[in-house]
Design a protein around this ligand. Structure first.
Ligand SMILES: Cc1cc2nc3c(=O)[nH]c(=O)nc-3n(C[C@H](O)[C@H](O)[C@H](O)COP(=O)(O)OP(=O)(O)OC[C@H]3O[C@@H](n4cnc5c(N)ncnc54)[C@H](O)[C@@H]3O)c2cc1C
Length: 320
């Protein structure tokens, strides 16, 4: 069976959930071989094996932390040369997409970004993408070289599928460009204790209807009752009510959670572009004609200041 390379996103050996989702998808098209780089790379092996990695190729060097993406591209290119995979899968983060694009250029292959599903096809893996501000769903296939595909978080379930997970050292020679862009400082983001917006299984968002920064406490309370991340429309962000890092949409982040709850958001095309692939969409809006109701699975026509606190209380009560 053909091998499929999976680029591992991890923090000091702790594997992030989108990588485990990639392993589920990789198993549909071949045998997953994981590539883990940098500090703690070898510590990822047990988790990756539990989720189906037949092999884990590891390499640690200070270059991965000290320079931007090129050392990682060098390593993936070395892995492609070593394995001759049927495809390379990379999580669809900003960094992941840059790595994928650079890798595809190096190995003279096609690249597909932001896939939301992946299946085996007669002529290679077929990716599902949501394009043109989520107006169309397309099925696409790379027709030149080894397909390099980035996949959005929450596109597949994490599944246990124990495999050997044999650790092998990857031989990497860094290119001249690898040390071209040095990281000179790092400032850790203040933790909110909530999940990362793009990876969260549930996102609770607020828009202009929230009507003020302080009122976002209502949105946060609902999010916390559900263990969710908090999102915001651009109108809310532009008004200074919530940080730009939480903006969902065309010029913000693209999310695809199991559940998206939009509160006081009208559903403009630019907002939909960032959340339309969510599995279940719920909206609370006092205007029954708001366009958001065209795409919801469940809608509540009502004042969010009445509805959201009741919802939060109900969730908390049911949690016991
Ligand atoms: C190039 C470009 C890029 C853009 N990128 C983005 C983007 O990334 N993300 C994004 O979100 N937007 C983006 N926008 C802006 C977008 O067009 C909309 O202006 C924006 O999404 C509107 O935000 P909103 O729904 O919160 O506000 P509004 O459209 O003003 O809607 C507010 C909604 O709240 C409801 N409401 C009011 N009070 C209450 C209440 N008490 N209870 C319940 N409901 C209430 C109203 O009925 C209304 O439907 C972009 C625009 C452009 C031109």
């Amino acid at each position: 069976m053909a091998e499929v390379l999976v680029y591992v996103d991890h923090v000091d050996g702790a594997v992030r959930k989108p990588t485990l989702e990639l392993l589920t998808l990789a198993r549909r098209i071949g045998e997953p071989v994981a590539v883990a780089l940098g500090n703690g790379a070898a510590d990822t092996a047990a988790t990756l094996a539990e989720h189906g990695a037949v092999k884990v190729l590891t390499h640690d060097a200070s270059e991965y932390a000290d320079y931007l993406v090129v050392p990682k591209v060098d390593a993936l290119q070395a892995a492609v040369a070593a394995v001759s995979p049927a495809a390379v899968l990379v999580p669809s983060s900003a960094e992941g997409k840059e790595i994928a694009a650079r890798l595809a250029l190096r190995i003279k292959s096609g690249v597909l970004t932001d896939a939301v599903d992946l299946e085996a096809g007669d002529e290679g893996p077929v990716a599902t993408q949501s394009v043109f501000a989520a107006s169309f769903t397309t099925k696409t296939r790379v027709s030149v070289g080894t397909p390099v595909i980035t996949v959005k978080p929450n596109s597949a379930a994490v599944e246990a599928a124990p495999a050997a997970g044999a650790v092998e050292a990857l031989n990497v020679t860094f290119s001249d460009q690898a040390t071209g862009t040095k990281v000179t400082a790092r400032t850790p983001r203040e933790s909110t204790g909530r999940p990362e917006l793009t990876e969260a299984a549930i996102v609770v968002s607020g828009g202009r209807g929230v009507n003020g920064a302080d009122n976002f406490a209502i949105i946060e309370a609902l999010a916390d009752s559900l263990g969710a991340a908090v999102g915001a429309s651009r109108a809310a962000v532009d008004a200074g009510w919530y940080p730009h890092t939480n903006q969902v949409g065309q010029t913000g982040k693209s999310v695809s959670p199991q559940l998206y709850i939009a509160n006081g958001i009208s559903g403009a095309i630019q907002h939909r572009a960032g959340m339309q692939t969510s599995k279940t969409i719920v909206a609370v809006n006092k205007d029954a004609e708001a366009p958001i109701f065209d795409l919801v699975d469940y809608g509540v026509v009502g004042d969010l200041f009445d509805v959201v606190p009741q919802l939060t209380e109900e969730v908390n009560t049911r949690k016991g």
